[in-house]
Design a protein around this ligand. Structure first.
Ligand code: NAP
Ligand code: F7E
Length: 343
């Protein structure tokens, strides 16, 4: 039986990855930071809350990272822990860098200091492409991050490559494009859209306020992407891979599809900050722009090329954009109608 240690196990990807590894017969250990309230709702929703061995873990604390690795002696470490919300990184750039940049270096140093032979996965991100230098982004595309989050993740990516080359650590970096699911945090735009529209439908909210409707992302399903993480650690050599769907859609497209799935009939009207969407059946405005959600510097559009992962890892995303949106809308419709939105 192999042993895996997942940092960030309480987050979206951590939950899906834990389920996937448990099904493969792994002993799964999870790192959780101390908080005043329990936050294992995603693991509970997947029915695996009690199948995981939990360890106190914080990216800020080197001694803690060393002792956890010493105690578990994992075969594989998946570093998914991060301050992952781009908008928050503009307000908390130092904290974001401590966690998302130096936190990764702390784990790599812990691996070096303990002489652990664990294979290491780093959760890198398409946010590193930022102001895109190629129309379609691949492992060869120059990086140009546009937020403190993107800059911190860029450091983490390169320090992972450096420890691979300098210290012979099996350290893989997955440059993952946006991946979403019914377990996505409510602050991210996809989940904000499906949850708020479901609430409007059930008369628990009046309006969905969004920022940049023109932003376009390559959106995939998180359940597909965690399988790619695992494949990177099964490969004969550690490397860097892009995981993406190769298709891009705007925030406006996402709203339109989610609204359709929930039974609204939207008509878009106006331009720029005055753009709105009216529900034709009730004649009510249900979506409007609020500039408070604009970013100080924006990533306008992303679209990834997953050809290397397809070729070397035999990885391909399965869910389509439409299936993703419908799945998220349906899950939030159920939760709101049951009055049970736990995360
Ligand atoms: P998420 O839902 O925000 O989960 C982040 C996890 O990190 C949570 O478990 C959180 O714990 C934990 N964490 C935060 N600060 C920590 C600290 N100081 N010490 C230890 N743990 C800490 O993120 P996700 O969407 O699952 O993403 C997983 C990883 O992939 C992240 O590194 C993210 O930056 C990266 N990524 C995500 C995407 C995407 O589209 N989802 C794409 C590319 C890369 P709490 O539950 O206590 O908050
Ligand atoms: O924004 C626009 C916003 O916050 C997507 C993280 O997982 O993926 C995620 O980062 C787009 C941006 O995700 C709202 O301006 C419009 O252009 O859902 P998001 P993100 O910033 O792409 C990457 C790959 C990661 O690595 C990150 O960890 O949507 N947008 N209106 C809005 N975004 C939000 N959150 N809220 C709005 O009201």
């Amino acid at each position: 039986m192999k042993t895996a240690f997942i940092t960030g196990i309480t987050g979206q990807d951590g939950a899906y990855l834990a389920k996937f590894l448990l099904e493969k017969g792994y002993a799964v250990h999870g790192g959780v930071r101390r908080t005043a309230s329990m936050n294992r709702g995603r693991l509970a929703e997947l029915g695996i809350e009690n199948e995981i061995q939990y360890h106190d873990f914080d990216l800020l604390e080197l001694s803690n990272i060393v002792s956890v690795i010493d105690e578990i002696k994992p075969d594989e470490i998946y570093n998914l822990a991060a301050q992952s919300f781009v908008a928050a990184s503009f307000r908390q750039p130092l904290l974001t860098s401590e966690l998302d940049a130096l936190g990764v270096l702390r784990i790599l140093e812990a691996l070096r200091m303990t002489g652990s032979q664990a294979r290491f996965y780093q959760a890198s991100t398409s946010e590193m492409f930022g102001k895109i230098q190629d129309q379609i982004q691949s492992e060869m595309t120059p990086l140009y991050p546009r937020s403190p989050y993107g800059v911190a993740k860029l450091f983490a990516h390169w320090i992972t490559v450096n420890y691979r080359e300098a210290h012979n650590i099996f350290a893989a970096s997955g440059i993952l494009f946006n991946h979403e699911s019914p377990l996505r945090g409510q602050e991210f735009v996809t989940r904000k859209i499906t949850l708020t529209l479901a609430k409007i439908k059930h008369r628990n909210a009046n309006i969905l306020e969004l920022g940049n409707l023109n932003a376009a992302r390559d959106w995939g399903f998180a359940g597909d992407f965690v399988q790619g993480m695992w494949k990177m650690l099964q490969h004969k050599v550690a490397d860097t891979y892009v995981l993406a769907t190769g298709r891009t859609n705007s925030v406006r497209d996402f709203v339109t599809h989610a609204a359709d799935a929930l039974g609204f009939r939207l008509a878009w009207e106006g331009d720029g900050v005055n753009e709105t969407a009216r529900d034709r059946s009730t004649n009510r405005i249900v979506v409007r722009v609020n500039p408070a959600f604009f970013r100080a510097s924006e990533v306008d559009t992303l679209i990834g090329c997953p050809a290397k992962a397809e070729r070397d890892l035999d990885w391909k995303p399965k869910a389509t954009f439409e299936e993703l949106v419908e799945g998220m809308a349906s899950a939030d419709n159920d939760r709101v109608s049951r009055g049970c939105v736990l995360f």
